[in-house]
Design a protein around this ligand. Structure first.
Ligand code: NAD
Ligand code: IPM
Ligand code: MN
Length: 350
């Protein structure tokens, strides 16, 4: 029997609630499809700052690097907002992405028929939406140096090299080949030098390696508007770290909740699977968080581990539960986290 070692970094706020839900569903899938999952919990984020004075203790980093895959809940919260830069919970996540070399963050957003009415946008706009944001994850303004403060104020640096753009562009074109063959690259090339390099590089990679894929370009301000007004035009959206962060939250409005969206951070030594949402301090501890994003992270993880049938079955079970109208509060329902998790597990084991 195949055995996979999964490091679970559940983190803060609703992180542990949704990570437990995903673990439970993954366990059921493992039992049904005949592979083993050994989960090992390690601290990250605010929890790790409290216990170790470090948002990514070496014990966590080492466990992550030695595992077959990593499942994240969420990090951060008001308790730690006053911490100095290196002790902020979010830094734990930024460091693990970088330590792994996980430069490609895949963030799918799609609207199942059952959720067409849960969307804040019109059914005619969102029905059938199926897009993926390919976000560069280990470069750009998140990591550029110098950063800091001086007498005149504060500064960050947006920096991209051509090889960094090439490799994320390839990921987007490869995704498009497996989907509907269309990439829209999003930048701010009318203003930013980094974006001009980005666009030139994407055009070159396309011409030399992926001429069969359709490539378009949008400025990020227009892209944000287009996602809300005509989201069905998109198949793969290729963009940098900061723009991808913002546009992926925006793409969560299409199905109606951030709590639905999973992501996979790939390209490094070990795959990191992280919901798009955060620690949701406003609802933490009440057992009402939507676990679907984290459960679907579990499905993306199984795909990556080569357990595609189990992954597809989890997605099918989630779809059935949503179609049955078992919705958490973020989608206008009254179901608790456990209700959704149990229902998905029951369908999986039947
Ligand atoms: P957030 O994503 O935590 O919450 C935004 C809104 O969406 C809130 O109203 C929240 O209740 C709701 N929401 C999010 N996930 C949900 C779920 N699964 N079910 C139901 N509702 C859900 O964003 P925020 O409030 O801007 O940030 C809170 C903290 O989380 C901050 O410390 C931030 O830095 C951190 N954060 C962490 C991650 C991560 O760990 N990957 C991502 C984003 C934000
Ligand atoms: C996300 C989050 C993170 C990011 C933060 C918590 C560092 O917003 O995963 O989208 O900006 O990448
Ligand atoms: Mn974000």
């Amino acid at each position: 029997m195949k055995q996979y070692r999964i490091t679970v970094v559940a983190g803060d706020g609703i992180g542990p609630e949704v990570a437990s839900a995903a673990e439970k569903v993954l366990d059921v899938a493992a039992g049904r499809f005949g592979f083993g999952l050994a989960f090992e919990r390690q601290p990250i984020g605010g929890e790790a700052v409290d216990r170790f004075g470090d948002p990514l203790p070496s014990v966590t980093r080492d466990a992550c690097l030695a595992s077959d895959a990593i499942l994240l809940g969420a990090v951060g919260g008001p308790k730690w907002d006053g911490e100095p830069g290196p002790r902020r919970p979010e830094v734990g996540l930024l460091r693990i992405r970088r330590e792994l070399g996980a430069f490609a963050n895949i963030r799918p957003s799609f609207v199942p028929d059952a959720l067409v009415d849960a969307s804040p946008l019109k059914p005619s706009v969102v029905r059938g939406v199926d897009l993926v944001v390919v976000r560069e994850l280990t470069g750009g303004i998140y990591y550029g140096e110098p950063r800091g403060r001086d007498a005149s104020g504060a500064f960050d640096t947006m920096r991209y090299s051509a090889p960094e753009v090439e490799r994320i562009a390839r990921v987007a074109f490869e995704q498009a080949r497996r989907r509907r063959g269309r990439v829209v690259s999003v930048d701010k090339a009318n203003v930013l030098e980094t974006s001009r390099l980005w666009r030139e590089t994407v055009i070159r990679v396309h011409r030399d390696e992926f001429p069969d894929v359709h490539l378009g370009h949008l400025y990020v301000d227009n892209a944000a508007m287009q996602i809300a007004v005509n989201p069905r035009q998109f198949d793969v959206i290729l963009t940098g770290n900061l723009f991808g962060d913002i546009l992926s939250d925006l793409s969560a409005t299409l199905p109606g909740s951030l709590g639905l969206l999973p992501s996979a951070s790939l390209g490094g030594t070990v795959g990191l699977f992280e919901p798009v949402h955060g620690s949701a301090p406003d609802i933490a501890g009440r057992g009402i968080a939507n676990p679907v994003g984290c459960i679907l992270c579990g499905a993306m993880m199984l795909d990556h581990l080569g357990e595609a049938e189990a992954a597809g079955t989890i997605r099918g079970a989630v779809d059935k539960v949503l179609s049955a109208g078992l919705l958490t509060a973020d989608l206008g329902g009254t179901a608790a986290t456990d209700d959704v998790t149990t229902a998905v597990s029951e369908i999986l084991s039947s």
